[in-house]
Design a protein around this ligand. Structure first.
Ligand code: PBG
Ligand code: ZN
Length: 326
């Protein structure tokens, strides 16, 4: 038998496979999200996200220090508040738990930690929508004002990077301009550029208590039938001054990540969202799959598609359980 090309030669042993592998999972390119609550005295595990907690702002430093020791030094913060109103007053108020946590983190760790924070109103509006309402409709342009104020307040509290996740038109340029006006020229904007209206955000809305009280988010988040629209959003966010562009969710949107990788002159991030996390967790809990194996496969796929950066709830397990070390 003469078969000259035998691809199996390069699969014959673990060492050879490691030698020729063209994608690696690098934890220095990952960001761990956290939910910070305004009230409460202890950390509470989120029912729909096993292993992920809601931490009271004034206890966060304490619970985070174990994670920092594991090697988690790039994080994304989300706020959970009780007081919500029509204009999202809590978003830029000093009582915002994200503002509190960012301030104390920066005081303690300085440049040893990279703090990013979500910029969106849904955690602070009584409607649970990402924008302000006029009647039952989203008012795009008045929402921008609040987003701008929120971004400025976060950066002033020490946040290194703001991540607008609201999907309003013109928000990246508006926020960039507000930051420039305040001379906050170092602040990085991680734009949720192609954020699709997705069922995979279900566990997050439970975690952040941010589900819309009526209707859905299809009037602002993207329709998952569309690819070219993601390219249009990419062009706009680049023009408006985004430093990093993001695709969200990740696993069902690998084609979009690949498209961004080809077209984007700036780094591409992907958000391995709550529903993707919980799918892996629940399958593992039922002993249907090995958690380590499925998580490494998922993260590898996201990197292979072209992500430079991954936001993932799995980072802590990855480090704590030393999944990358056999
Ligand atoms: C806020 C926001 C959401 C997520 C990140 N920022 C929820 C939503 O848009 O409904 C989802 C993240 C996740 O599911 O892990 N707009
Ligand atoms: Zn939102």
């Amino acid at each position: 038998m003469e078969i000259f090309n035998r691809p199996r030669r390069l699969r014959q042993s673990q060492l050879v496979r490691d030698l020729v592998a063209d994608t690696s999972v690098d934890t220095s390119k990952m960001i761990q999200p956290y939910f910070i609550s305004e009230s409460g005295t202890k950390r509470i595990e989120i029912l729909s996200m096993p292993g992920i907690y809601r931490d009271p702002a004034d206890r966060f430093l304490e619970s985070f220090s174990a994670d920092f020791d594991l090697g988690i030094n790039k994080i994304m913060l989300f706020g959970v508040v009780e007081r919500k109103d029509a204009v999202a007053s809590g978003a830029d108020h000093d009582t915002n738990p994200v503002i509190q946590a960012a301030r104390s983190l920066k005081e303690k760790y300085g440049e040893r930690i990279f703090v990013s924070a979500d910029v969106c109103l849904c955690e602070y509006t009584d409607s649970g929508h990402c924008g302000l309402l006029r009647g039952e409709r989203i008012d795009n342009d008045s929402t921008l004002e609040r987003l701008g104020e929120m971004a400025v307040a976060l950066v002033k509290a020490g946040v290194d990077c703001v991540g607008p996740s609201d999907m309003m038109d013109g928000r990246i340029g508006f926020i960039r301009q507000k930051l420039e006006e305040e001379n906050l020229t170092e602040a990085i904007i991680l734009a949720y550029t192609a954020k699709y209206a997705s069922s995979y955000y279900g566990p997050f809305r439970d975690a952040a208590e941010s589900a819309p009280k009526f209707g859905d988010r299809k009037g602002y988040q993207m329709d998952f039938r569309n690819q070219r629209e993601a390219v249009r959003e990419l062009e706009l966010d680049l023009e408006e001054g985004a430093d990093i562009v993001m695709v969200k969710p990740a696993l069902a949107y690998l084609d979009i990540i690949k498209t961004f990788k080809e077209l984007s002159p700036v780094p591409v991030a992907a958000y391995n969202v709550s529903g993707e996390y919980t799918m892996a967790k629940l399958m593992a809990r039922e002993n249907i799959v090995s958690e380590r194996d499925i998580v490494l496969e998922n993260l590898t796929a996201i990197f292979r598609a072209g992500a430079d950066i991954i936001l993932t709830y799995h980072l802590r397990d990855l480090l704590q359980k030393r999944w990358l070390h056999g």
